[in-house]
Design a protein around this ligand. Structure first.
Ligand code: HEC
Length: 135
């Protein structure tokens, strides 16, 4: 191969690598921003929310991305729950309504399949933070 072609190949390889690195940085930034926004609107903490979801056993009824073993199919999958328009078809999907649903689903929709689990106000905020990262 002529030397000029070698340089061209090298240049190409270098720009592909640079584009990949830029993509990875953008991906990480978007994820970080999603997390910060989820914590701002909910007043909770994403990491604590994931732990609370595991503790309450939400995954026995719901598939929940990012939560180990959460693959239940009694209730709807919570994948992309952050971008849904409504909660359980009853409430507007905002942080306050989400916390209300998590704490008192039977008050919102009597006799629906999701039980009252004694979710505390602060756990509800943390769980909401986690759910709002699921876009
Ligand atoms: C015994 C099964 C069960 C458990 C446990 C349970 N859920 Fe549910 N959940 C349901 C069912 C059924 C629905 C659908 C209710 C409806 O649409 O009226 C639901 C609905 C929801 C919704 C609304 C989803 C949507 O698409 O609108 C969210 C959010 C949710 N659950 C989160 C949780 C979280 C977080 C926990 C743990 C604290 C939990 N659930 C525990 C059964 C369960």
């Amino acid at each position: 191969m002529p030397a000029s072609l070698k340089w061209l190949a090298l240049l190409l390889a270098a720009s592909v690598l640079a584009a990949m690195a830029a993509g990875a940085v953008m991906y990480a930034e978007t994820r970080a921003r999603t997390r910060v926004m989820a914590e701002q609107v909910s007043g909770g903490t994403v990491t604590a929310g994931r732990a609370a979801i595991a503790r309450y056993g939400c995954g026995s009824c719901h598939a929940i991305p990012g939560v180990a073993g959460a693959s239940g199919s009694v209730g709807p999958s919570l994948a992309k729950v952050a971008v849904r328009a409504s909660i359980a078809g009853r409430l507007p999907n905002d942080a306050e309504a989400m916390a209300l649903w998590l704490r008192h689903p039977q008050a919102v929709t009597p006799r629906n399949g999701m039980p009252e689990q004694g979710v505390t106000r602060s756990d509800a905020r943390d769980i909401t933070a986690y759910l709002y990262t699921l876009k």
